[in-house]
Design a protein around this ligand. Structure first.
Ligand SMILES: Nc1nc2c(ncn2[C@@H]2O[C@H](COP(=O)(O)OP(=O)(O)O)[C@@H](O)[C@H]2O)c(=O)[nH]1
Ligand SMILES: Nc1ncnc2c1ncn2[C@@H]1O[C@H](COP(=O)(O)OP(=O)(O)O)[C@@H](O)[C@H]1O
Length: 226
């Protein structure tokens, strides 16, 4: 079996904290596979799969989808990423999901973006998305080169149905009640690394330095629990 330096990471933070933005930068700087639960759910909705149609109303109301549905979906995708480095974005979001992940894969590090709720609310109403790739833009922060179009493909950008002020408030409540306990779960395992701030450009160099150090000290792994 090939010996490789691998890292299994999770990125956490409230909706709009910059998980997708930072994930894009991590993927550019480090060789790992990005898996976003939100992107996966939205691609199911776009493709009108049975699962997508069932989950749409839940997502549009700012609620979390059921644990067993999302855990099955993500873990099925992860089984294709055998023995490679990965970055999970948006999963796990409950302690139940974290335990389901733990049953199959071990997590080396959890990057927690600690961004104040007030900062987030302002960002989300000006978020624009390229659905097919998950590339994310913001009218104020990182606008597309041509308004309304993706920089790479030139395809139209869309706004998310759940980025309205009321739904954002419901998502922040769900985060407080259901996702914050996951931070405790990972803190007690000694893998939680928190980065606080209000600007991604200021937080990013710290995350980059942390991952560089992590990758240089991470022991080479062979086989074992995936
Ligand atoms: N104003 C501002 N917007 C940001 C910053 N970082 C990310 N954004 C934008 O905020 C929105 C939410 O970021 P995103 O990465 O999608 O967050 P996620 O919901 O945690 O995945 C997007 O429109 C980003 O382009 C920042 O430092 N300042
Ligand atoms: N792990 C998960 N558990 C339950 N619901 C999820 C999960 N991941 C995504 N969702 C659903 O998809 C929505 C959008 O997720 P995501 O794109 O990750 O949001 P954000 O980027 O704003 O944090 C969530 O509000 C929730 O309804």
């Amino acid at each position: 079996m090939a010996i490789r330096r691998i890292i299994r990471a999770v990125i956490m933070g409230p909706p709009g904290s910059g998980k997708g933005t930072v994930s894009g930068r991590i993927v550019k700087s480090f060789e790992l596979t990005h898996l976003s639960s939100g992107d996966l759910l939205r691609s199911n909705i776009k493709a009108k799969t049975e699962l997508g149609l069932l989950m749409k109303s839940c997502i549009d109301q700012g609620q979390l989808v059921p644990d067993d549905v999302i855990s099955r979906l993500i873990l099925a995708e992860m089984r294709y990423m055998n023995n490679s480095s990965w970055l999970l974005d948006g999963f796990p979001r409950t302690v139940n999901q974290a335990e389901a992940l733990d049953n199959e894969f071990s997590v080396d590090t959890v990057i927690n973006l600690d961004v104040p709720f007030q900062t987030i609310k302002q960002r989300l109403t000006s978020r624009w998305l390229h659905l097919a790739s998950g590339r994310v833009y913001n009218i104020d922060f990182n606008p597309p080169k041509i308004a309304g179009l993706d920089d790479i493909t030139g395809e139209p950008l869309t706004q998310r149905d759940d980025d309205t002020p009321d739904t954002v408030n419901r998502r922040l409540k769900a985060y407080e009640n259901q996702t914050q306990p996951v931070l405790e779960y990972y803190r007690s395992k000694g893998v939680l690394e928190t980065f606080s701030g209000t600007e991604t450009n200021k937080i990013w160099p710290h995350i980059q330095a942390f991952l560089l150090k992590k990758l240089s000290t991470e022991k080479e792994k062979v086989g074992g629990k995936a």
